[in-house]
Write a protein that binds this ligand. Sequence first.
Ligand code: FES
Length: 128
Amino acid sequence: MAVYPVADEKDLPVGSFRIVQIEGRSIGIYNVKGDYYAIHNHCPHQGAELCKGPVCGTTLNSFVYEYTYGRDQEILRCPWHGWEFDLKTGKSLFSDKVRARTYLIEVNQGIIHIVIGKKEEITYETNR
Ligand code: FES
């Protein structure tokens, strides 16, 4: 497991995101209502740059002819064909079997870090 610093907390305010390159992967780091999430910038449908899509909410379970909007700023919509993913889990909204890869985030002394790999071995990288 390697832990990479990716941003200062002050540079990623609520509702913002940035795309970083780590170990050859493109990863979006999002501040969703004060919590940070990381998602692979690759749509599992046909490989679009997922993080170039809008962050939005979705229609919650509701009765016929009722449309209740919720989960604002928690959903990432692919820019190509509109598949929607939960930023917190990477799961698509239409199937538990379809998901975008997510990564762990750690915050240490105001610095946001992304965790890559398995937990057996820890190395701290210093490059940004
Ligand atoms: S490539 Fe993302 S929905 Fe098609």
